[in-house]
Every structure is written in C-alpha cells, then in structure tokens.
Ligand binder design. Structure first.
Ligand SMILES: *Cc1c(COP(=O)(O)O)cnc(C)c1O
Length: 427
C-alpha cells in the first residue's frame, strides 16, 4: 500500500489489497502452522534467510496484515503485534535492557505500566527512575545513568491527561544516545504521530481505541526505523545472534532491526503473540479509527465544556479545554482533537463521586477506556489502588478523580445522563 495515502485511506485499506478473485475483506487465517515441501525452505525460515509464516507464535498472515497497517498508520518501518498492551511494553523493554540496566520513565503513565517497571522489571534487575514529564530537558538528562537504555512516556497520559512535549523528550533521548519509546494508546495513531516528532518506538494497547468496540485485548510495537543501534550502547543489535546462526540485526534487517529482533527473540521466547482472531477484529476497528477519533474528541470537548459550567463539578481536566495547562501542547501534538478521555471531580469529593457513579444510567462503570460506549472509572479505588496515595498523586490521580471515556452516542444523551447523576450525587 502506498505510504503517501492519507491516514483516513490507510485506516480503510491498510496493508491488505485483494488481487483478482481474492476476498475483499482481509481474511482471518486461523491456522497455527504452514505446510512446506522442501526441508531447506523451513531451514531458511529458521535461519531468518527468508521471512514467512511457519508457526503462528512468530507470525501469521492475518496478524502480519494488521502489523503492516499499524506500521503505516504510525509512519514506522515495521510492527510486531502482541497479546496485550502490557506484553508490548514488556517486549520493548526486554528487547533493549538486561539485568543491571536502567530506564527513565515519565511518572504520569498507566498504573499497570508503573507496576511492570517498579515491581516486575525491578525483580529482573532493571531499575526505573520516574520523572515528572513537565520537567526541563536538563532534568531529564540529569536523571540518566551510564546504564540507561531508553526513555519511556505516554503521548497523552492515562489518566493524568498530560500532553507530552515529545520533541523535548526526543531531544533528551538523542543526547543520551537512547531510543524514546512512546505509548500512543490514548491519543491514537490518528490524532498523534509521535515518530514525526522524533520518537523511535511507538507502542499501543490496541485493546483501547484501535479495537474501539471492546472485543479484543492486544498490543503492538511499531519500529520507527530511525534509531542508530550501532552507537555502541546496543551490542545485541550489532553482534551475531548465535540463536539465529550468526544473524546481525542491524546488518541483515537495517531499519527494521528493532522489530525483527523483538519478533524473533521475544515472541519466540516469551510467546505473547496476538491471535489471528484478535488481529482480525482489531483490524475491523482500525477501519473506522479516523471517524471514531473525530467523534470521540468532539463529544469529549462538549462534555468537558458542559461539566466545567456545572454547579456540581469542582474541576475538569481535558487537554482540549482552553483552561487546560496542556492546551498549547495539545494544539501542537493533537491538532485534530484531544481524544475521548477526560477527568473531573464532583463537588463533595470522593463520597459524592461514588454517589455519581452509582447513579449513572446510560453510562457504564467499566475498567476500560476507548470503547464506543461512554464509560467511567474511579482510578484511586481500581486501576491505581496498588499505589500509595502519595504515588497516586505523583501519577496525577486525586482521590476524587473520575475518569470518563466519552463514547460515540449523541452528546445530548450523554450530557443528560451526567446531569441527572450529578444532581442525585450532590443533593
Ligand atoms: C490499557 C493500557 C495499557 C495496557 O494495555 P493492556 O492491553 O490492557 O495490556 C498500556 N498503556 C496504556 C496507556 C493503557 O491505557
């Protein structure tokens, strides 16, 4: 598919193009394995001399098409789909770090990612320094160590909704000679293009807006193809991999070295592969990503403005609002809309917030974001409950904060539901 097509066209058509007599819809190939005649062909696949499907843990046609579409949407060179967003982050980290290494991460990130870094990766000997993403370039540089292997941040923080100054972070990463990894889940590929601003690797929990219909857990890693792995800090990329008969990733795979190594080492050894069925369903979601993200953003802005004017609401946080400290960054990095997530505090604090959630009707209480149905969540008692109150506040979560994932219903119906629940909560 032509990379110069606009994003909307890439969402609809992606990487799959039917030839004469072939299915118009990207087919679901539900097969774990692939048949060969010549043992040499299989040997070549094992030695990475040729690439193709042979066993679905490493790759299969439906997943392959989905990956190529994600690479096109992000402007990367290749992509690797994973069984979840968490697996995408884990594989990215383990593809770059080993015991004794260090990473720098924004503190305003998804709670599950904070746990992965500070609990599980710590047990494996990988240390994380959490920094305020609004700090200066000098402060980012000062948090580095000789063993630092990457900088990690979310383009639009979940649930703090801070907009990342991607160019500041890319600049810091460049000066340190390490890649910038951006989790673009909440912004989506349609609204934000981190690679254009200097990010080197982009990951998604495809469970959220990519799917958009709450059917499939999944993740993806996109290789920006724009990092120099031969700068001396990443010998695993430039020295022969004996587990693949001496393959040298930079020499043999050029600007797809990162994605190839992630696939053939990490999917091989860890096995957190996306299933063909989930790739098929998530691809259906991607076909309308552009329409959904426009509508999610429009509805969220209207709801944010309405809540800001409500007598029952203490504060509203949405980067698309003029009152947001992130509005300028949002105009730069999210020019088509600030996505569908907002947070707010009901007057009366945590208890009133609790009563609000008990009284919503059209809106659902779910542990999810990015679905086409409007939903709410109370992070302090759910997704971030493992963190201390102090660490919750560091990740941008006040005790009364309610996170709203604004859906695609008629905005008047959403507003009506919020108004009646707020009235009952504050009576
Ligand atoms: C949900 C989420 C994840 C984790 O993804 P899963 O698919 O649930 O494993 C990672 N990052 C962000 C920003 C998320 O919202």
């Amino acid at each position: 598919m032509d990379k110069t097509f606009n994003l909307e066209t890439l969402c609809v058509h992606g990487a799959y193009h039917a030839k004469d007599g072939e299915p118009q819809v990207m087919p679901l190939v539900q097969s774990t394995t692939y048949r060969f005649q010549d043992p040499q062909d299989v040997a070549d696949l094992f030695d990475l001399k040729s690439l193709g499907s042979f066993y679905a843990r490493i790759g299969s046609p439906t997943v392959d098409n989905f990956e190529k579409k994600m690479a096109l949407l992000e402007g990367g060179t290749a992509a690797v789909a994973t069984s979840s967003g968490q697996a995408a982050t884990l594989i990215t980290l383990l593809n770059l770090c080993q015991s004794g290494d260090h990473i720098i991460s924004s503190a305003k990130i998804y709670g599950g990612t904070t746990n992965l870094f500070t609990v599980t990766l710590k047990k494996l000997g990988i240390q994380t320094t959490l920094i305020d993403p609004d700090c200066s370039l000098e402060e980012i540089l000062a948090s580095a160590q000789p063993t630092t292997k990457l900088i990690f941040a979310e383009s639009l923080g979940n649930p703090a909704l801070n907009v990342l100054d991607i160019e500041k972070f890319a600049n810091a990463a460049k000066q340190l000679g390490v890649p910038l990894v951006v989790d673009n889940t909440i912004a989506s590929s349609y609204l934000c293009q981190p690679i254009q601003h200097g990010a080197n690797i982009v990951i998604h929990s495809t469970t959220k807006y990519c799917d958009g219909h709450a059917t499939s857990v999944g993740g993806v890693i996109v290789d920006g193809g724009n990092f120099d792995w031969a700068n001396g800090k990443f010998p695993e990329f430039t020295q022969p991999d004996e587990s693949y008969h001496g393959t040298v990733y930079t020499r043999d795979f050029g600007n797809m070295a990162f994605a190839t190594k992630a696939r053939v080492q990490m999917l091989r050894d860890l096995g957190c592969t996306m299933s063909p069925m989930n790739a098929f369903l998530t691809n259906l979601g991607l076909e309308t990503l552009h329409l959904r993200m426009r509508c999610h953003s429009e509805n969220a802005l209207k709801l944010a403005q309405h809540l800001e004017a409500s007598p029952y609401v203490d504060w509203v946080n949405y980067p698309g609002l003029n009152s947001s400290p992130y509005n300028q960054l949002a105009q730069k990095y999210l020019p088509k809309g600030a996505s569908g997530v907002l947070t707010f505090g009901v007057k009366g604090g945590r208890e009133a917030g609790d009563r609000f959630i008990r009284n919503i009707d059209l809106t659902s209480l779910v542990v999810h974001v990015g679905d086409l149905r409007t939903s709410v969540l109370h992070p302090a008692s759910t997704t971030h409950r493992q963190l201390s109150e102090q660490d919750q506040i560091k990740s941008g979560i006040r005790p009364e904060l309610i996170r709203v994932s604004v859906g695609l219903e008629n905005i008047d119906d959403i507003i009506k539901d919020f108004d009646q629940a707020l009235q009952k909560a504050c009576q």
